[in-house]
Design a protein around this ligand. Sequence first.
Ligand SMILES: [Zn+2]
Length: 307
Amino acid sequence: MEIAAETMLGIDIFQLRAMMVQYKYREVHGMLVNAEPEQFSLMYDPTPCAPEDTVLLFQGDTVLLRENESQSRFPTWRELSESVLIGTPMHAFTQGAQRFFLVDAEVTQAPAGLALAPLNVFRAFPSAQDAIALLTAYHLHRWYKQNRFCGVCGALMRAADSERALFCDQCGAVRYPTISPAVIVAITHQDQLLLARNAHGAFKHYSLIAGYVEAGESLEQAARREIREEVGLRVKNLRYIASQPWGLSQSLMVGFHAELDGDPTITLQESELAEAHWFSRDTLPDHAGPVSIAYTLIDLYRNGQLK
Ligand SMILES: [Zn+2]
């Protein structure tokens, strides 16, 4: 079963095991997700929300957080329920002993000590675990919002009782959380790394070539296509490094390393990218922060682990 699952993902299990040793997979994984992955449980817990449980309330691209940065930024159900008239919180996931819930409400005036913060606040969190928790909660929040009505018959959906799913009583349709796979690739050439800046969006830092997987593509095919489309390059020795959930775009980011194959001349896809260049280790520009697989891959290059 294990080998079959890996084969389905297009990853050679023996290559993966060798890589886990080579790249100290646990450390890479730990930085991205959780030092103890088994402590992060996405299993749906139908037990009702208790006063001490964490509750996240999103409103557009903002989230209700504690203003005091010296303590946990996440409010409890006690803090919210005493001040805001809101509905029944829905379990999202559990981190260690801390249960996270989502609640849907309009905030006209934030309770004392709390304030709506822009979602990008996660980049300043000292804890990568907290950042991933916030992004995963946002992922689930958007999925619930986008699936209030059945896509088959138009009736209202309701949360299933025993698993994380939405159910239509009228036609029997079931919807599980939508996850869009995306690839991200660190391309190296003669001790240089390719970095690019997006033409659109709020994120203005240099990063790696990335894009969504199309229906019918393997992860490797998607990586090669994105590289060809965005910078007009060919690559060889494409190897899986690590993956990371990225709730900001409801995706799972699958990180690769590849070596340039042939001509290093960049042909920019101007509709997608503002610029792209080859950088050496001592000329690498600043990155947005450690809570991303892009940062992890760039850091592996900086430390001489991608060759
Ligand atoms: Zn239906």
